[in-house]
Design a protein around this ligand. Structure first.
Ligand SMILES: NC(=O)c1ccc[n+]([C@@H]2O[C@H](COP(=O)([O-])OP(=O)(O)OC[C@H]3O[C@@H](n4cnc5c(N)ncnc54)[C@H](O)[C@@H]3O)[C@@H](O)[C@H]2O)c1
Length: 346
């Protein structure tokens, strides 16, 4: 395979999307090294990756906000061909309560990564952005040219500013970048070895649905039922995490092939379909033959009403095609939840 010798540094690799992406990268012949301070994840993610691929990924347990420690990793690893930068804090409502924590962690870590790209001549970078940069978009589905709205939360603001920092950086540095705007990743690896296992309480809808079904939460609370949507609940574009993971290898391959020394391209990663919270509950119940105990509650701060992707660009340019259905997403998430109960994790 042509890309066999390429060494990729994955930050936040023990996290939900990072760990699934390690599997895809290994299957595509990349050599990997990880940086994760395990602030929102466990080293068991690397065991899951090993169980699927047979490969033990080396992790540097450092904080990306520590530039001296980061430089040491680059010196030790020598030539790095690309970076996938997942590491960030990601909870909208936590960011509303603790904005400085988010600006500090998400932006300082990005600035340090870019600093090392310049110092150690790393040619390729994939950055985890989010559909939250679109805010309450005026037109749906949103494509990449949709003007960025006023972000609804400090978390979203860190993605908007992060994208801007990268755009400014590539004007004066040799770096090829894919900014991937994820919609709502959900589901788990089909093997049952990987899934979402945050240290903090899971706040995304699917782990909260499975958590309520498992009895870890007394009830699944629907946050807001008076939105101007078809059933009053928020609409999102849920995309299987393995489809998101695959898009990273395609984005990396695409970057490596580009002849320009500097570029920055944005891609939406979503299915193109929006589902309401009540439709998600229904999909979970149908896929797993379980009745969910849920309640209709007040809105949360920072939530947009409805958003789903125009994914034409990722399909045409990266040749990416989401493959997993909503049913597979709900089934794999439930299998993972059951595994979490049964496995003896560290
Ligand atoms: N999951 C989603 O719904 C979603 C949606 C859109 C965008 N994103 C973005 O995708 C990326 C990955 O998300 P995820 O769901 O895998 O999150 P995650 O919390 O599971 O993974 C992030 C990882 O980064 C690590 N990390 C955070 N700050 C660090 C630091 N300063 N130094 C070293 N390690 C650090 C954490 O320990 C964690 O393992 C994030 O940038 C997130 O903002 C996620």
């Amino acid at each position: 395979m042509a890309n066999k010798a390429k060494k990729i540094l994955v930050t936040g690799a023990a996290g939900y999307i990072g760990s699934h992406t390690l599997v895809e990268l290994i299957h595509n012949g990349y050599e990997l090294v990880s940086i994760d301070n395990l602030s929102n994840s466990y080293a068991s993610a690397f065991e899951g990756v090993k169980a699927i691929t047979g490969v033990q990924v080396k992790n540097y347990l450092i904080d990306l906000c520590d530039l001296a420690a980061l430089r040491k990793v680059f010196k030790e690893e020598e030539k790095i061909d690309g970076i996938i930068h997942f590491a960030a804090k990601k909870y909208v409502n936590e960011s509303v309560k603790f904005p400085l924590l988010y600006y500090h962690n998400n932006l300082e870590s990005l600035i340090n990564v870019l600093q090392c790209c310049a110092e150690f001549e790393v040619p390729n970078l994939v950055f985890s952005s989010s559909c939250s940069v679109y805010g309450n978009a005026e037109h749906l589905p949103v494509d990449e040219n949709c003007p960025l709205a006023l972000p609804e939360s400090p978390y979203a603001q860190t993605k908007v500013i992060g994208e801007q920092i990268i755009q400014d950086f590539v004007q004066v540095n040799r770096l090829k970048v894919s900014l991937l705007r994820y919609f709502n990743p959900a589901g788990a690896h089909s093997s049952g070895h990987l899934g979402e296992r945050p240290k903090q309480e899971a706040l995304n809808i699917v782990p909260r649905i499975t958590g309520a079904a498992m009895g870890k939460l007394p009830v699944f609370q629907v946050a807001g039922h008076d939105y101007p949507t078809r059933d009053g609940t928020c609409i999102r574009d849920y995309i299987h995490v393995s489809d998101i993971a695959q898009a990273h290898t395609l984005a990396l391959e695409w970057l490596i092939k580009q002849e320009d020394a500097s570029l920055c391209e944005v891609f939406n990663l979503g299915t193109g379909e929006g589902h309401s919270v009540l439709e998600m509950i229904n999909a979970f119940e149908k896929a797993n033959q379980i009745q969910l105990n849920y309640s209709l509650e007040a809105r949360r701060a920072g939530d947009v009403v409805a958003i789903y992707a125009d994914n034409t660009k990722a399909k045409n340019v990266l040749h990416w095609q989401p493959r997993h259905s909503l049913e597979e997403m709900m089934r794999s998430a439930w299998e993972w939840e059951k595994n979490l109960q049964n496995k003896n994790f560290d």
